[in-house]
Ligand binder design. Sequence first.
Ligand code: CUA
Length: 312
Amino acid sequence: MNATKGWILPAASDVAHRVDHLLFALFVVTGVTAIAIAIVIFVFCLRYRRSAQVDRSNAPANKRWLEYTWTLTPLAIFLAFFAWGAVVYAGFYGNAAGAMPVFVVGKQWMWRLEHANGRREIDQLHLPLGQKVRLVFATEDVIHSFYVPAFRIKQDAVPGRYTELTFTPTRLGTYDLHCSEYCGTDHARMGGQVVVMRPEDFARWLAGGGTRPTMAARGFETFRRLGCSGCHDSRGSVHAPDLNGIWHRVVHLQDGRTIVADEAYIRDSILLPKRDVVAGYEPIMPSFAGQVSEAEILDIIAYLKSTTPEPR
Ligand code: CUA
């Protein structure tokens, strides 16, 4: 079953309908306006052509109400569309509570995806129907853009930071996945499929493929292999912050700022440790840039998350 066949694109996510309604309204308003203007131009061309015997005296010179009307009406319409669009846009980045996380790493020229239980896929993303999903994007090299037309979602993966998107798949089927940011030779071939499955089928799929370490378990391995645990441990010989339960904790920094320990903070602390130095500690940690891949950083984050009791 390939739901993207045919020339009407299916709307397969909760955000898709919102995007479609906005686009349709924009199309109707601009279309009606364009047609109305074309009609007026046509009528005036006929009526006021050179040979026509019409009254051309007393042409209105300065009608203030008219000026206000044609200035303020389009302004109001544009502002209304702006507000509507802003609400739809905010919906992509809205409340991620209860969302299932999936980690997406772009790489010339493939998408590598990882589920929290450690199941990995390449150029394929399996999702359960009706489950809110939070995609977290990183890239190993250049900018890529994760684009699923049937979901009406498109999000850049940007070097040096995490981006994210939240949505709910609402329709079973297989949908095309593309890269929509030019990223080199095989950009056009960088893509794959998103498969939306019934929740019970998804659970079976997620559990399948043999036993494998979870992201958190792999993260713990990496944490040890890189020697992080040598310092960041309550028993560590070097004075460094204990990272147990760090996730979503408020961290006080040397320069007086406070920061919430989220994905971006942990990633920055690994790659740019001098930037956000924790209050009361020396800036002695070396950067691990170049020694650790984006996928490994995501694993470490998953491990640190797992040391924190489930919030709420
Ligand atoms: Cu990746 Cu274009």
